[in-house]
Design a protein around this ligand. Structure first.
Ligand code: ADP
Ligand code: MG
Length: 429
């Protein structure tokens, strides 16, 4: 299959050299059994690419099993992946096959592989190397024949440096790496992809799209797209529905370019700043408006967190069968690929339910070194305010993890993004 045919078949639009390179590589390796690691920010097209690889591989007549390693609570991920025997833990009323068994003969797509807990990484390495694994609670060695596609929005090598990802597993996965560049690095692709979405949504909503002013088009291309193609798709859908039959100028467009907060950003507005300069009477002209705008963005991201939390909760407490009984829109949320990363820890309840040990064993020896600071803070006569306590805990966590924000946020049980926000709020470095 050549590149054009591939793009046509899977609806992957784009003319940029970067995308062409990606597709050429994917086409080259698709019909082998080689492990492929897809790397790229959220929304760049990792899922579509993984599905496409399976679809043109020799395994297409067997299952493609998609596993979001970041969304499954730590306590049950091993049994989800490898299955379990009846009675192997409280609540294991019957034996169940795991995803690796289900994918036998087909492909397994391990999404958000960088979020796999350490104890499972060892087992993954084994099954990737030899196809061998054990069900939880069984000593019978089983084998499976799967093709592995993995994806991550993190820099796995960085995780290896931070010792949260095994080096041997890294090398095992790193055979063929396909880097999907963020949309902002391939501005040539923006308009063609946008056109495709507008055409699709116009048909779906029976709506007419009147087109853009030149400046609006320019803004669309120069915008940072932190949510990449997924965000572009949302913007297209909103424009088609909410600006039906309207000619789109920069003012109209700006309402939809919210600059969703992304990892590392402490300010949601940098992208729009340039445009504001050019657009003195624009929507974000003064500080008050910026403040309101910022509050709205935060509210939006909090709602996002809540949805994610609910999705994770349903995922962890309901069996797949029960999830299928939920209303379709809730199911969609639960199955959304971006409901990953498990940056809100709600898994404990589910772990206790099935009697699996929690892995949250504190490292006592390390914690003792922080004892002084803690006793000093808490033994004074005054009760510290919640804000002060929060600030203190954040400082301690950052100190303990030597400024590593990912680890600190994990320890605090908040998302990395929330941590960034709090650092900003308290003016901490
Ligand atoms: N090049 C592209 N052309 C058209 N649509 C794309 C392209 N890349 C991604 N998409 C669409 O963008 C959305 C997000 O892609 P997805 O594969 O879920 O991203 P990821 O898994 O990297 O977060 C999907 O709706 C997908 O179909
Ligand atoms: Mg994805």
């Amino acid at each position: 299959m050549d590149r054009e045919a591939f793009q046509e078949r899977f609806g992957l639009i784009g003319e940029s050299a970067a995308l062409k390179q990606v597709i050429d590589k994917v086409v080259q390796v698709a019909d082998t059994d080689i492990t492929v690691l897809l790397q790229g920010e959220s929304g760049v097209g990792k899922d579509v690419t993984a599905k496409a690889i399976h679809e043109i591989s020799n395994r297409k007549h067997n299952d493609l099993v998609i596993v979001n390693c970041g969304a499954i609570p730590e306590g049950i991920i091993e049994s989800e992946l490898f299955g379990h025997e009846k009675g192997s833990f409280t609540g294991a009323h019957e034996a169940r096959e795991g995803y690796f068994e289900k994918a036998n003969g087909g492909t397994i797509f391990l999404d958000e592989i960088g979020d796999t807990p350490a104890n499972v990484q060892v087992k993954l390495l084994r099954v990737l190397e030899s196809g061998e694994y054990f069900r939880v609670g069984s000593s019978k060695l089983r084998t499976t024949d799967v093709r592995v596609i993995a994806a991550t929005n993190k820099d796995l090598w960085q995780l290896v440096q931070e010792e949260s990802f095994r080096e041997d597993l890294f090398y095992r996965l790193d055979t063929v790496k396909v880097k999907l560049p963020p949309l902002r690095d391939r501005p040539d692709d923006v308009i063609p992809i946008f056109r495709k979405f507008v055409t699709e949504f116009s048909a779906k909503y029976d709506s007419v799209f009147k087109g853009f002013s030149d400046e609006a088009k320019e803004l669309l291309v120069s915008y940072r797209w932190p949510g990449n193609v997924r965000e572009l798709r949302n913007v297209a859908e909103q424009l088609v529905v909410l600006e039906k039959s309207q000619f789109i100028d920069t003012d109209k467009l700006q309402k939809y370019l919210k600059g969703r907060q992304h990892s590392g950003a402490t300010d949601n507005l940098p992208v729009l700043a340039d445009q504001n300069e050019r657009n003195k009477n624009g929507a974000f002209g003064n500080d008050d408006q910026k403040l309101i705008y910022r509050a709205l963005v935060e509210l939006q991201s909090d709602i996002g967190d809540l949805k994610k939390m609910l999705a994770n909760f349903l995922y962890s407490t309901f069996s797949q069968k029960n999830i299928k009984a939920l209303p379709q829109n809730i199911q969609d949320e639960v199955n959304k690929p971006e409901n990953s990363g498990m940056d809100i820890d709600i898994g404990n309840a589910a772990e206790e339910d099935i009697g699996v040990e929690s892995y949250a064993e504190a490292d006592i020896s390390e914690e003792e070194t922080e004892d002084d600071a803690f006793s000093e803070f808490f033994t004074s006569d005054d009760i510290p305010s919640i804000e002060k306590t929060e600030q203190f805990l954040i400082e301690q966590a950052l100190r303990k993890y030597e400024g590593n924000r990912r680890k600190a946020s994990e320890a605090l049980g908040i998302s990395e993004r929330t941590l960034y926000r709090k650092l900003d709020q308290y003016g901490l470095q």
